[in-house]
Design a protein around this ligand. Structure first.
Ligand code: SF4
Ligand code: SF4
Length: 428
């Protein structure tokens, strides 16, 4: 492969890119290529894992400078990590791309993240109070009728803005968004004999926008003998910072969460967003590792041996696997499907390509709609084909993306714990 538009002659700079030695492990076998969603869209080697490794290695060795076009191939990696699962050399594409973005980002005006992105990363995402205030404004915008007015006007202005605008999820009402009962933490007692004491991780915008999933998580955990605490001082997981190569900020957030949850004195920290879970579990340079451990909610419930729910949910359900659960945390579909099978009369239907990315990738779908759209189209076509009435996925970003792709259909998009909570709900 030639590095398109890359010019020769640059100083070698392996030291600037700590993951450089790992690029040498690639044996160019190409086994990863069929699993890469971006290569499936363009068919170009430069949009495949192997092509991207070639570009990163060549840049670090000073074989060539990368043009904006070549950088674009690296920016367009979703960091879905599908290639990691098949690579015989154990390439860790997530770490490699994030490290490369950290090494090259500051010198590139067009790099990820933009000035606005950095402002969002530093001034909004780590501050739950500011996210709550913005969510209040968004709620007002959505419920005052302004959203509908703007939605009707935008197609005359910009197709990109129309798409962005139509992707916004409905923000729950303010009263339903707040999980905590005081400024320090909330506590929800276990039903029956206590089997574990756990903390719930809320996330950044997830702490406000995905409150129904948090409530369902608390419901299922307490029903199964877990006391749940929700420390107020927790913060963003830093996944978006990592994807963009802003690793220093990501490390600070990881360290802050570790100290908050260690102080809570819990057996485990439960995470119901696959992207956050993968980020919280993944070590980062400069951040001490140690207890408590983070566990995805389905992983934890699977090990807990939960009570079978009593209430029947007669519906056809398909499970779509979030990349950051499957590839990022090594939690396969069997773990989630075993839980869903406990629900009486629920019929699990197979979903072709359930392991393939939906194109959400944090905010990838907003930054690269031209790539995310065809990836999503493949996903929604498979969901329609499956005959499912409900599609279940354990990552809020994927849920938003799939719900956007399924607009105009009757197919509901839910988190696995929302299904379980519904099936337990007749007891209260
Ligand atoms: S992480 Fe995903 S998008 Fe990036 S190279 Fe690997 S398979 Fe392709
Ligand atoms: S599977 Fe691994 S070793 Fe083979 S080309 Fe892809 S990244 Fe390189």
């Amino acid at each position: 492969m030639s590095a398109s538009s890359a010019s020769p002659a640059a100083p070698p700079r392996p030291g600037a890119f700590p993951q450089y030695p790992r690029t040498l492990d690639c044996v160019h076998c190409g086994l990863c290529i069929p699993d890469c969603p971006t290569h499936a869209v363009t068919g170009r080697e430069a949009d495949s894992p192997r092509g991207r490794i070639y570009l990163m290695r060549g840049w670090a060795e000073g074989q060539f400078e990368l043009s904006e076009e070549s950088h674009g191939h690296l920016d367009q990696c979703i960091v879905c990590r599908a290639c990691e699962g098949v690579c015989p050399s154990g390439i860790r594409m997530g770490e490699m791309v994030e490290s490369f973005r950290a090494a090259t980002g500051p010198d590139r005006p067009a790099a990820s993240p933009s000035r606005w992105g950095r402002w969002l990363f530093r001034e909004i995402l780590p501050h739950r109070g500011r996210i709550a205030a913005l969510s209040d404004l968004l709620e007002l915008y959505q419920r005052s009728g302004l959203r509908d007015l703007v939605g009707r006007a935008l197609p005359r202005v910009s197709a990109r803005l129309t798409r962005l605008h139509s992707m916004q999820p409905d923000v729950p009402l303010r009263a339903a968004r707040r999980i905590e009962t005081d400024r320090r933490h909330a506590a929800f007692p276990a039903e029956g004999e206590r089997r574990a004491r756990v903390a719930l991780f809320l996330g950044c915008v997830g702490s406000e926008w995905f409150a129904p999933v948090h409530r369902a998580t608390i419901r299922v955990l307490t029903r199964n003998g877990c006391e749940v605490v929700v420390p107020h001082a927790q913060t963003c997981c830093g996944a978006l910072h990592r994807h963009a190569g802003v690793l220093g900020d990501a490390a600070k957030l990881l360290a802050k969460n570790r100290s908050v949850f260690a102080e809570a004195g819990v057996d485990a920290v439960i995470v119901n967003a696959a992207g956050c879970g993968a980020s919280l579990k993944e070590p980062l340079a400069g951040v001490e590792e140690g207890p408590p451990s983070y566990q995805d909610v389905c992983e934890f419930l699977g090990e807990l041996d939960i009570h079978p729910p009593e209430r029947a949910l007669p519906a056809k359900v398909a499970y779509d696997q979030p990349c950051h659960l499957l590839h990022g945390q090594g939690i396969g579909g069997d773990v989630v499907e075993r839980l869903l099978r406990l629900v009486p009369e629920l019929e699990l239907v197979p979903l072709a390509g359930s392991e393939r990315c939906c194109g959400a990738g944090g905010v990838y779908n907003l930054r690269h709609p031209e790539m995310a759209e065809p990836i999503l189209a493949e996903k929604t076509a498979a969901i329609r084909e499956s005959g499912a009435e409900i599609v279940v996925t354990g990552n809020p970003g994927c849920a938003m993306q799939i719900a956007y792709g399924l607009r105009g259909t009757e197919i509901e998009v839910l988190h696995p714990v929302e299904i379980l909570a519904r099936a337990y709900s007749d007891r209260h």
